[in-house]
Write a protein that binds this ligand. Structure first.
Ligand code: AHM
Ligand code: MG
Length: 330
């Protein structure tokens, strides 16, 4: 992800969104939503960076050494996103992995297009204790006004997403974003406080001998996954697993390989959430030329959701590497 020094144009996330908004004929509504996500990410990045200093690791409800109520970082991140998105006129409903029920902000207001935003505020947050990468994942749908029940708007398959992305809070803060026309990457420049575009139309490598999954669960994977692992190991594959989906998918997007969360004894339908984790990642990976499956015969984005918190199996990454997994599952 290197910037061409000869490439003098400096494009921030905000100007990128404004450039693109013509495609959405929505008077810049989506651009305003992206600006809320950008502000949230900057606040969360700052909190994540200061987590040890501000004593906000650990369980919500616990007291810190000064006897004050501690707020867990995922609760803080959730509040930040709810607040910034809630202030945007164009947002009708938000749903968070952290909230049992979706939050209806504006119901069926007339006229303009309204959007639903679903997010996982701080994915992989247990990684914070060890200074590992964590991230925010988001998915944006158009409000579906056909149903009288506003929350039905959320139960749309991933193919209907108009935008999706993640922010990885690692050594630097990176946003991967798709508005349905490829994947662009933005790096937070702390000196100017803006996300600056550093790569356009990113393509995932077609193949890379690398797999990413929690191999500790191997004995309870369906036999096809075990056969795949035997095959991959016999063929000199590398194993790479951070245990935080955003970090693992980001590496897979840039370097290639396959990321998976198969069914296990503990999570027979997979562990990852369809609406907050799998769908947005699937859109990004497909937009970058890769594949994202919920089973050998079904794309993640074609799964018709029945519950906003439902889980799914995830197999995503380089086209050739996903094909190798599928061959062993059949
Ligand atoms: P979380 O949303 O509770 O943080 O859980 C999701 C995380 C993903 O980031 C990661 O891919 C997965 O859980 C790791 O699970 P495991 O520890 O079972 O390997
Ligand atoms: Mg999560």
């Amino acid at each position: 992800m290197t910037r061409d020094p000869a490439h003098l144009e400096i494009v921030t996330l905000q100007s990128h969104a404004l450039q693109q908004h013509a495609c959405f004929s929505d008077n810049g509504t989506l651009a305003w939503i992206l600006s809320a996500l950008s502000i949230s990410s900057k606040i969360i990045a700052n909190k994540v960076r200061r987590a040890q200093l501000d004593d906000v690791l650990g369980a919500a409800g616990a007291e810190n050494v000064q006897g004050e109520q501690q707020q867990k970082l995922d609760v803080i991140a959730n509040d930040v996103l709810l607040r910034t998105l809630g202030e945007r006129e164009g947002v009708a409903i938000v749903a968070s992995e952290e909230n049992e029920e979706p939050v209806i902000i504006r119901n069926q207001a007339q006229g303009e297009r309204k959007y639903c935003v679903l997010f996982d505020p701080l994915d992989g947050s247990s990684n914070l204790d060890v200074c590992g990468g964590v991230g925010t994942i988001f998915s944006i749908l158009l409000q579906d006004r056909r149903s009288g029940k506003p929350e039905d708007s959320l139960l749309q398959p991933g193919v209907r997403q108009v935008a999706a992305g993640y922010v990885l809070y690692g050594p630097s803060t990176v946003m991967a974003l798709t508005l349905g026309q490829g994947v662009d990457l933005f790096l937070l420049d702390p000196a100017i406080g803006a996300f600056v575009r550093v790569a356009e139309k990113v393509r995932i490598p077609k193949a890379n001998k690398s797999y990413s999954l929690n191999e500790g669960n191997r004995l309870t994977f369906p036999v096809g996954y075990q056969k795949y692992l035997d095959w991959a190991q016999a063929n000199n594959y590398s194993s790479r697993y951070a245990g935080a989906m955003v970090a693992d998918v980001h590496r897979t997007l840039l370097k290639g390989g396959v990321f998976m969360y198969p069914p296990t004894a503990k999570a027979p339908n997979g562990k990852l959430r369809l609406m907050y984790e799998a769908n947005p990642m699937a859109m990004l990976i497909e937009q970058a030329g890769g594949k994202a499956l919920a089973s050998p015969t079904q794309r993640i984005m074609e799964v018709v959701p029945t519950d906003i918190h439902q889980r799914t199996v995830v197999i995503l990454g380089s086209g050739d590497e996903v094909d190798h997994v599928v061959k062993h599952l059949q």
